[in-house]
Design a protein around this ligand. Structure first.
Ligand SMILES: [Zn+2]
Length: 153
């Protein structure tokens, strides 16, 4: 047992918590911000409105958001449906139309969850990664194009 090791182990989660808190504070105070911060990365803030007529939540810059994180529209559509247990469709303008009323905060936090699980390289924080799903075993691999780090699940 040595104290130095204990300190270095306890530092990482605390730092992560601190940056998560900073991100939440940033989001809470700046609802009109054009961008959101996600662990050292900046992406366009998802624009989400509720359409009372169709009773659908519209993610209007969905196509742009998917391209920014290098994933297909279908991939994020499926994840969103699974997380919210609802159905959705993509229109010509690459907007996601989600059945039901959902708060923008919830959709943004789901989007961040997706980035954390399936996009961001945990070594260099790059969003420039490639996702390979191994359907038979429910496993997946993330290859980072920047630092070449390979993460298996
Ligand atoms: Zn990397």
């Amino acid at each position: 047992m040595n104290n130095k090791t204990d300190i270095s182990f306890s530092n990482t989660p605390a730092d992560e918590l601190y940056s998560t808190l900073l991100t939440s504070i940033y989001d809470a105070f700046d609802n009109n911000a054009e961008y959101i911060n996600f662990k050292e990365c900046t992406i366009t803030k998802p624009k989400i409105v509720y359409d009372t007529k169709s009773k659908k939540t519209i993610w209007s810059n969905f196509g742009k958001n998917c391209k920014e994180i290098n994933r297909t529209l279908l991939e994020i559509k499926n994840f969103t449906e699974k997380e919210l247990t609802t159905t959705s469709s993509i229109n010509q303008a690459e907007q996601l139309l989600i059945k039901g009323k959902y708060k923008p905060e919830l959709l943004i936090s789901n989007f961040k969850k997706y980035m954390n699980l399936y996009v961001q390289c945990h070594s260099c924080k790059s969003l420039s990664t490639e996702l390979t799903k191994h359907k038979d075993f429910n496993l997946y691999t993330i290859n980072c194009k920047k630092c070449r780090c390979i993460r298996n699940y």
